[in-house]
Design a protein around this ligand. Structure first.
Ligand code: GDG
Length: 736
């Protein structure tokens, strides 16, 4: 069993000089986290993995990725996915960084919606899927990371159903109202993509809830606590807050190379109090707001001038993107303004560093700074806050932290601020600089004991263990059904050819034609009509379309074919060339009373509506807010059950619909009646949704085929209406 980590970037930078290839370790949240986990788990062996591979882009454009580069990566357990320059442009800089990054952090005005970015996103995710599928075997664990690869879990699931797949998002998942801004087909594909995983992880419960709300709202899947029912599989969703390697940071101040730098820093700063921050250059990190709060602090508390300095490190990232360039200039202008206004010959209010700093320097700053000022406008977690707290050896130091960073939900003893509240942040700086040593120690100790227990190794182990449980759960649910292909398909054709009398029972929407947004669009195309006629023209071969639709629709579009039709879930049946007759005599006395109650619920839940058929009434609520709709549906079902019990009607709760029909009427009863009447020795039944399951259950002897994904009592599955048509075409062409 192997563990395959998949992320956009491999954890190395490829450096070429004089024709030589050098792999340099990359510093970054994910790379560091996984490395800590591998060190602590004996390269994954402690958890039962025979090998660990890492799949990702090497950072070198495909055009420059030589055989030597590939070989060196492979030797290090790294498998590159090659991206062309254009793909890097449209996928990485486009959809990832110009669409998903701003949108998921709530920066809606920065968000770019470009069809060609989306197309590249789909293509690149597919590329990743191909590479991962070519490496893995059933039972391997694949852990997919972050917003670059949200389509990948479902693609992997389709290609190799027996993989254990986990997905973790490192940035926030936005509220449904913001997620809704993505075009409908993109937002649905991304949710479905993520739900291909057995386990989906976020940093904090807020993002879990946001995600589940979007799933309910845009996909309508059934939720039970943190579990989403995705067809026959279940995707578990939970919070797994990432953390840091506590011992590494806590031991830093003891290491000689860090000690030297700490000493140097102290000498240079000559007793000044130090306020410190470090971020990648990014608009989400709130650097400008922070500078303004520092300026305000210096204005309102002049006693601190010459006594405190702000060391601001901003590490360049995403260089070349115009927005980032503008931001860099704005930061520089603000730093210049503050230093110009308040600075003295021997005192600089803001020490600004705009480059990557070596780890020893960072550790020395963490250990020396009196205050860490971490004020992102929005941040998935923020590891810098956790690193600062972990690094303190002297039981001193104050953390000021935005309430909008995921870390604020664990680091409760920090001075929690709102990053837009300039005066609140300025006050927090003052409070931090004047806090007693006892209070600093009390706060730091509590936070450290939490971080010691919940370090990054625990994060990875917790996730992988939860993934194993989710996978085992799904494995038992998924095993029994087979795809209708290869031997199974040959067997079907052979039995059909050798039969004396055949009956083919087919659902309509989703089975013979795609599901369209509006029901009236789903009219049969000439190919479909030809296919059904050809089948029915075979000797002793009967074809029946059994649908939830009304009689008029079926009559007007399929009435001219020599086939059986069953309308309204089998309430009415029509023989080829004959008239409609009820499945059995049923009583419709209940209809007026049911309509009246449903009308009350339409008023109660705006957006819902009633559909009336001859034999049934349905209340649809797919356009209602999910929480309101589900709650109203529960109450409606209760009210209706009390009322129609004994009146010969049944209340059914479907997907976003509550329906009342004559008791005993369902597609299963209709299919059974046809079978008893026609006594075939070959029986095929195909359908795609819950109501078709009644047919599969009523006719266990049939060749039953479920179209699409999902839980089913059918014996076989086929991916789409198209593949089912291909099967039917094979049957229509058997020798007479
Ligand atoms: C994303 C999410 C989430 C930074 N500059 C230097 C340097 N670093 C190291 C820090 C820290 C890491 O990089 C930055 O991690 P953050 O968590 O602060 O932020 P993002 O890069 O935006 O990461 C974030 C994270 O993923 C993990 O899930 O927490 O919310 O946005 O480890 O120490 N290290 C060195 N020199 C630098 O100049 N040596």
């Amino acid at each position: 069993m192997r563990l395959v980590i998949v992320s956009n970037r491999l954890p190395v930078t490829v450096v070429m000089h004089d024709g030589n290839v050098e792999l340099r370790e990359a510093v970054g949240g994910l790379a560091t986290a996984i490395k800590s986990f591998l060190r602590a788990s004996d390269g994954g062996k402690a958890l039962g993995f025979s090998e660990v591979l890492w799949v990702g882009w090497s950072g070198v454009k495909a055009e420059a990725e030589t055989a030597e580069v590939k070989k060196r990566l492979r030797e290090a357990g790294l498998v590159p996915v090659s991206l062309t320059g254009e793909e890097v442009n449209l996928f990485y800089e486009g959809f990832c960084n110009a669409t998903l990054w701003p949108l998921f952090h709530g920066f809606t005005v920065y968000t770019v919606f470009e069809a060609k970015f989306w197309d590249a996103y789909v293509r690149v995710n597919q590329k990743f899927a191909e590479v991962v599928s070519s490496l893995t075997e059933p039972g391997d664990f694949v852990w997919v990371h972050d917003y670059h690869l949200m389509l990948l879990p479902a693609m992997l699931r389709d290609a190799s159903p027996e993989l254990a797949v986990g997905f973790f998002l490192h940035i926030p998942f936005p509220p449904a109202e913001i997620y809704q801004l993505l075009p409908p087909s993109w937002r649905a594909a991304m949710l479905d993509g993520v739900l291909g995983a057995d386990l989906v992880g976020f940093h904090v419960h807020e993002y879990v809830n946001n995600f589940l709300r979007s799933v309910a709202r845009f996909l309508g899947y059934r939720l039970e606590g943190g579990v989403v029912q995705v067809g026959r599989r279940r995707a578990r969703v939970g919070a797994f807050p990432i953390s840091v390697e506590f011992d590494f940071f806590h031991g830093a101040a003891e290491r000689p190379e860090v000690k030297v730098q700490m000493e140097e820093l102290r000498q240079r700063l000559r007793g000044l109090k130090v306020v410190f921050s470090i971020d990648r250059l990014d608009y989400t990190k709130g650097v400008l707001n922070r500078l303004r709060a520092w300026e305000r602090f210096l204005k309102e508390h002049p006693e601190w001038r010459r006594r405190a300095t702000f060391v601001l490190v901003v590490v360049p990232s995403r260089t070349g993107v115009a927005q980032y360039e503008v931001m860099r200039r704005e930061i520089e202008r603000e730093v210049g303004k503050i230093n110009g206004e308040f600075g003295e010959v021997d005192w600089v209010p803001v020490v600004y560093i705009s480059r990557f700093i070596p780890t020893e320097t960072l550790l020395a700053l963490y250990s020396t700074a009196d205050v860490a000022l971490i004020t992102p406008l929005k941040d998935g977690m923020n590891l810098v806050a956790k690193e600062y707290v972990s690094s303190r050896r002297d039981c001193r130091g104050v953390l000021i932290l935005s309430e909008t960073a995921g870390a604020a939900q664990e680091l409760l003893e920090a001075l929690i601020v709102n990053p837009n509240d300039e005066s609140g942040v300025a006050e927090a700086i003052h409070k931090a600089l004047t806090m007693s040593e006892e209070e600093q120690c009390r706060r730091i100790t509590r936070m450290q004991s939490r971080l010691r227990q919940h370090d990054v190794v625990k994060w990875a182990v917790d996730f992988i263990q939860a993934m194993a449980v989710a996978y085992a759960d799904n494995k038992t649910a998924v095993e029994p059904v087979r795809r209708l292909e290869g031997e199974a398909l040959k067997e079907l054709v052979a039995q059909f050819a050798g039969a004396r009398r055949r009956l083919v029972v087919l659902d309509y929407d989703g089975t013979l034609v795609p599901h369209y947004p509006y029901a009236y669009q789903a009219v049969p195309d000439p190919d479909l009509k030809r296919l059904l006629s050809d089948l029915a023209a075979l000797p002793e071969t009967y074809v029946a379309v059994v649908s939830g639709r009304g009689r008029d629709f079926l009559e007007s579009w399929l009435g001219d074919l020599p086939i059986f039709l069953a309308a309204e879930h089998g309430a009415y049946i029509k023989e080829p060339g004959g008239g409609w007759a009820p499945l059995f005599p049923f009583d419709m006395q209940w209809k007026d009373a049911v309509r009246k109650i449903m009308e009350d619920f339409v008023a109660l839940a705006p957006g819902s509506y009633i559909e009336e058929k001859t034999s049934s009434l349905a209340w649809h609520f797919r356009n209602v807010e999910p929480e309101i709709g589900e709650a109203a549906a529960n109450r409606l079902v209760e009210a209706l059950r009390d009322m129609v019990g004994g009146a010969g009607a049944a209340v059914l709760r479907g997907k976003k619909v509550v329906e009342v029909r004559p008791a005993g009427v369902n597609k299963g009863a209709a299919a059974k009646l046809l079978t008893e009447r026609l006594t075939p020795d070959f029986l095929l039944v195909a359908g795609d949704d819950d109501t078709d399951e009644e047919m599969f259950k009523a006719l266990p002897e049939a060749f039953s085929i479920k179209v699409g994904r999902g839980e089913t009592a059918a014996r076989y599955t086929t991916p789409s209406y198209r593949s089912l048509r291909e099967v039917l075409r094979l049957l229509a062409e058997v020798k007479r």
